[in-house]
Every structure is written in structure tokens, then in C-alpha cells.
Design a protein around this ligand. Structure first.
Ligand code: NAD
Length: 332
């Protein structure tokens, strides 16, 4: 079977080519994102493989169907960028990688907390300038602080355990409680209570109609003054304009984001020679208490191995007419 990859970075090629040695697919790698225009790059493929910022909209699905595409393989967990209804209508299957090293993303969220709290990013630059002063670098002990977690699925659970390891109190909100988390010492509360008690709030739920702008004016109002907000999940969980307002007033004490609502025109590219037209991200970049990383939470060797292996196994199952264990359907 022939596969066409979109948004393929050099590291994708390295990992997929290595794992494909056992699968033997014929693969075309394209660095461009999937768009109505780039669909034309597909030649004699039955499958496409896409990533988080490829927008598989209804018109794109229709064009893919006309090209003979039978299956869309997401090499990520989130699937908010695929119009599942349009795919089902076109009789096109959709598969994803539901879990790949949840440690990668959870540990990145912890790294963001540690950086923002202990200001190691500033210390690194200061020391290089022979500035050994400590002014402005004071943090707080994480021990016995209250961490709020929204979403205790694969990643949220690892994150909770890491924070429990720091000696934090962990409060969580999820639409369903997890027994293992309760046994580990996590306390489930309604969202409003988690918001009002958390010193650090970390988002680990998916983006859908219910969670879009979960953090906006009304929810920020409920948060503790000076709380830290971490989002490694999806940019649309946060109303960025509300968050900027809260950072300016000091209501939010720090922000760490690995995802951004308008990230598809920025992330995974070197724009160092370009003028950034997005005034919202440049405003965020101007705050000393904001840390932005460009969707790198997943980016560990272990996760890349699992992503390549699961994606190719999903496609092998499809090619052999076997059941698709990682299929995404409208009700998912
Ligand atoms: P998961 O499906 O295992 O867990 C999601 C959890 O959120 C579940 O427990 C679910 O019940 C809960 N949830 C659903 N709706 C909710 C709501 N309205 N309010 C509160 N909780 C709700 O997913 P996961 O593997 O833990 O991934 C979480 C998110 O992390 C993904 O959706 C994806 O967007 C993001 N992610 C980011 C990266 C990255 O590189 N930054 C990598 C992988 C995943």
C-alpha cells in the first residue's frame, strides 16, 4: 500500500523510515501541510498520514475521496482537526495513536512549571552575561502547593502522579473519575472548586465543543490571584485574549503554553527571518512570566518510536482487512 505523509519534518522521516523496514509500505513524504491545494500531491495512495495542524475539513475530505484515499492516519492522539462526519460520509476510515508515552507530555508540563517557578530560563541568560545576581529569580516551594488538573486521562494521570511525588495536593476535575487516581490521593472536585483552590492549573482534557475556551473571563475570575496556568493540551482550550488581560492585571501569575489556538501558521517552522503578523502571540512573547514552547510536549525518542510503530500498525491492520483498534468514529 502507498502512503502519503503531510507536514512531514526531517525527524518524522527518520523514525518512520526506520520502523517501515518491518512494514514495507511505499511512502511519499511531503513537508507541506494538507490543504485543498496540496491534496494534488497525492499520487496513487490509499492512505494519508497527517499531524496536529493539518486541517482535514469537509472540502479536503471530498478532494481526498476523489483521489482514492480510503484511510486517514493521524500520527497524534488529538483528532479535533478532522471533520469526522465528512470522513464517515465519504466512507473514509480515521485512525490515530491514542497513547504514546504520556510521560513525554506530562514531564513537559512539569518542566514548564519548574521553569516558570524557578526562572531557570532567566538564570541561563544572566549567567552567560556574567550577571550573577539573584534579584527577580525567587520562586516558591512546590511542596504542599495545590495543583489543579483538568482531565485525568493518559497524560493527566501521569502528571498527577508526578505532582504527588513533589508532595503537592492534587485536585482534579474530569467528566469521569478514575479509581487509580483516587487511590493515589487525587481529590476530584467540581471545576469551580478546582479553579478557586489551585496554585497551579494544568489542562489535560481534549478540545471539543464543551471544552473550547474552558479558560476565559468567567473561569479566570474564579482562579486564585497569581495562579500559574499550564496548557500542553490544545490551544483552543484557552481564550488567549482573556488570558492576556489576566496577565496584564496580575490575576494570572504565570502562563506556560505548548499549544496555541493559531499555532498552525507558526509552529514547526523557522520564521526567524520573517515578520510575525500575529499580534496576539507577539504580545504573549513580551511577558517575562510567559513561557511558550512550539508543541514539543510529545517530542521524545520514546514517543516518536511509539507514534511510528502504532501509525504503521494501524495502516497494516487496514491493509489486511483486520479490525481497527485505534479507529476514531463520530461518537469518540
Ligand atoms: P485522554 O483521552 O487519555 O484523556 C482525556 C481526559 O479528559 C479523559 O479522562 C476525559 O474523560 C477527560 N475529559 C473529556 N472531556 C472533559 C471535560 N469536558 N472536562 C474535563 N475533562 C474532560 O487524552 P490524553 O492522551 O491524556 O491527552 C490529553 C490531550 O493532550 C489530548 O486531547 C491532546 O489534545 C493533548 N496532547 C498534546 C500533546 C503535545 O505534544 N502537547 C501530545 C499528545 C496529546
Amino acid at each position: 500500500m502507498k502512503l502519503t505523509f503531510f507536514s512531514a519534518q526531517p525527524y518524522d522521516k527518520v523514525f518512520f523510515e526506520e520502523h517501515n523496514k518491518q512494514f514495507g509500505f511505499n511512502i511519499d513524504f511531503f513537508e507541506v501541510a494538507l490543504t485543498e491545494k496540496s491534496v494534488n500531491l497525492i499520487q496513487h495512495s490509499e492512505a494519508i498520514c497527517v499531524f496536529v495542524n493539518d486541517r482535514v475539513t469537509q472540502p479536503v475530505v471530498e478532494l481526498l475521496a476523489a483521489k482514492g484515499i480510503k484511510i486517514i492516519a493521524l500520527r497524534c492522539a488529538g483528532f479535533n482537526n478532522v471533520d469526522l462526519r465528512a470522513a464517515a460520509h465519504a466512507n473514509m476510515r480515521v485512525v490515530r495513536v491514542p497513547a504514546y508515552s504520556p510521560h513525554a507530555v506530562a514531564e513537559h508540563a512539569v518542566a514548564m512549571i519548574m521553569t516558570l517557578n524557578r526562572k531557570t530560563h532567566k538564570a541561563y541568560n544572566r549567567i552567560r552575561e556574567q550577571n550573577f545576581s539573584l534579584n527577580g529569580l525567587m520562586g516558591f516551594d512546590l511542596f504542599e502547593k495545590t495543583i489543579g488538573v483538568v482531565g485525568t486521562g493518559n497524560i493527566g494521570q501521569v502528571f498527577c502522579r508526578l505532582m504527588l511525588g513533589f508532595g503537592c495536593h492534587v485536585l482534579a476535575y474530569d467528566v469521569k473519575e478514575d479509581k487509580g487516581m483516587l487511590e493515589a490521593g487525587v481529590i476530584y472536585l467540581p471545576l469551580e472548586e478546582v479553579l478557586s483552590k489551585a496554585d497551579v492549573l494544568s489542562l489535560h482534557c481534549p478540545l471539543n465543543e464543551k471544552t473550547r475556551y474552558l479558560i476565559g473571563d468567567s473561569t479566570i475570575k474564579r482562579m486564585k490571584k497569581g495562579a500559574m496556568l499550564i496548557n500542553t493540551s490544545r490551544g483552543g482550550l484557552i481564550n488567549t485574549i482573556s488570558v492576556i488581560k489576566a496577565l496584564k492585571s496580575g490575576k494570572l501569575g504565570a502562563l506556560g503554553i505548548d499549544v496555541y489556538e493559531q499555532e498552525e501558521s507558526l509552529f514547526f517552522r523557522d520564521l526567524s527571518e520573517h515578520i510575525i503578523e500575529d499580534d496576539t502571540i507577539t504580545r504573549l512573547m513580551s511577558f517575562h512570566n510567559v513561557l511558550i514552547t512550539a508543541h514539543q510536549g510529545f517530542f521524545t525518542q520514546e514517543a516518536m518510536d511509539q507514534i511510528a510503530e502504532t501509525t504503521l500498525s494501524n495502516l497494516k491492520a487496514f491493509d489486511s482487512g483486520e479490525p481497527l483498534a485505534n479507529e476514531v468514529k463520530i461518537s469518540s
